[in-house]
Design a protein around this ligand. Structure first.
Ligand code: FES
Length: 136
């Protein structure tokens, strides 16, 4: 039995929707990247000693970075780029770098060092408890 044109159209539409769904799933990470990390609850990041004095450490899973501009002074920022929401994935010297369009942010302050981003990273409260960093 042959399929009617309308049925073929519906099936083709479903197939395309499947493709679109895959596309959406692939883009889902991008959409997710716009979420605010640590906005609801405190998150334990690990030993404070992991963050070098004068440097920073990325916490990819938590989408945060922690810097230690001076001994015992910690700053925490979201790694969601303020340009278009990509996740910063690299630290070069004292700057975090966005892989999408190359914005650079100062790890000590969250300020933009190089665009296209124009807004600083979102700062997240951080404290040290029992030698561990607690963000949020
Ligand atoms: S999304 Fe980061 S520079 Fe464009």
């Amino acid at each position: 039995m042959s399929q009617s044109p309308a049925r073929r159209t519906v099936l083709r539409g479903a197939a395309l929707a499947g493709v679109a769904c895959f596309g959406a799933a692939a883009c889902g990470a991008g959409e997710e990247s716009g979420t605010r990390p640590g906005s609801d609850a405190a998150v334990e990041l690990g030993p404070a000693s992991d963050v070098p004095v004068g440097g920073a450490k990325l916490y990819g899973k938590q989408r945060m970075l922690v810097s230690q501009p001076a001994k015992g002074e910690f700053k925490c920022f979201s790694t969601v780029c303020t340009h278009m929401g990509a996740i910063l994935n690299k630290i070069e010297k004292d700057q975090a770098v966005c892989p999408l369009h190359g914005s650079h942010f100062e790890v000590a302050t969250g300020k933009v060092a190089e665009g296209p981003a124009t807004r600083p990273l979102e700062e997240v409260p951080v404290k040290v408890k029992d030698g561990k960093l607690i963000a949020g």
